[in-house]
Write a protein that binds this ligand. Structure first.
Ligand code: R5P
Length: 313
């Protein structure tokens, strides 16, 4: 990376930002990212940004409203400081589950966020496992969309798991699961999930054979853990041997940890797109791997106008 690059970080995931900087051998840019006494974001970038390409690292995780506003204010500061290009690096892009109108008088919050970030002044978005790939089209600036499958493959291919079958926990995740099944050269099963209200799901049917198999559920988000645990129960009822999960974004709100701990799940692999709480770190079924080298390599290639498609599987 050259001297024309400045990496800045919001407060959402400082550890990940530091690892990305380490990989790129670029020091984290100096900035005051703080709050006024009433809670408003208070930002001051403490180095020259004129003509620089700024990469702003911020996951839009809990408290999402605060971290979104913090990053918007940072982008505004960078633009007014005459940065050349501003790339928002948001490994976890929050508010993405509201990606279409699901009923009368409901919002499309993913589109609203795209408009807010463009109005603030981003030139590009780099994200990982967007809830819906179509969110790329909500932006008029380029979006680079990374996938976690290569990391999941690297981890699970080292374990002695026989008779593996990849599970898509809903119809929306089939593409992601199919890609991983192809990589493992194994079968795919799909769960027909019906949701009566947000954060509540009911497993209705399993399409495909899981009897006597070791199942790996692949999903983008584990939030309350309801979908995951119910999917696991359904698979066990159908005669699965063991059930594991690989989830990109460990939102883990409300009863998630308790549900996972009390479930039949053998292991839940998550990434560090969102920092784990202390309690989650102590939950022995949860294993965390880092996306830092994947994201850092993508930044390196974007900056050098290289292709990033070889980072996908
Ligand atoms: C849904 O479409 C997502 O892919 C996740 O399955 C869902 O957001 C997980 O939510 P929860 O853990 O609250 O069931």
């Amino acid at each position: 990376m050259d001297s024309e690059v400045v990496l800045l970080s919001g407060n959402a995931n400082i550890n990940l930002s530091k690892k990305i900087c380490e990989y790129l051998k670029v020091p984290l840019g100096k900035a005051l990212v703080s709050q006024f006494s009433d809670g408003e974001s208070r930002i001051e970038v403490l180095e020259n940004l004129r003509g620089k390409d700024v990469y702003l690292l911020q996951s839009l995780s809990n408290p999402a409203n605060h971290y979104i506003m913090e990053s918007l204010v940072m982008i505004d500061a960078c633009r007014r400081a005459s940065a050349n290009k501003i790339t928002l690096v948001a490994p976890y892009f929050g508010y993405a589950r509201q990606d279409r109108k699901t009923g009368p008088r409901t919002p499309i919050s993913a589109k609203l966020l795209a408009e807010l970030y463009e109005a603030a002044g981003i030139d590009r978005l780099l994200s990982l496992e967007l809830h819906n790939s179509a969110i790329q089209g909500f932006f008029n600036v380029p979006v680079d969309h990374l996938f976690a499958n290569s990391l999941f493959y690297e981890y699970f291919s080292k374990l002695p798991i026989k008779d593996l079958v990849i599970i898509s926990p809903d119809s929306g995740g089939v593409e992601r699961s199919r890609a991983l099944a192809k990589k493992f050269d194994c079968g795919l099963a799909i769960i027909d999930k019906r949701r009566d209200k947000p954060n509540d799901s009911a497993v209705m049917n399993i399409i495909g054979s899981v009897k006597g198999k070791n199942c790996l559920i692949v999903d983008d988000i584990v939030d309350t853990g309801g979908s995951l645990v119910r999917a696991c129960d359904a698979l066990m009822q159908e005669g699965a041997l063991e059930v594991r999960a690989a989830i990109s974004h460990a939102v883990l709100s409300g009863p998630a940890l308790k549900r996972i701990q009390e479930s039949s799940l053998v292991q839940v692999l998550v990434t560090d797109s969102i920092p784990l709480s202390k309690q989650a770190q102590c939950t022995d079924k949860i294993v965390q791997i880092s996306i830092s080298s994947l994201v850092a390599e993508a930044i390196h290639r974007i900056h050098n106008y290289d292709s990033i498609s070889s980072l996908f599987i």
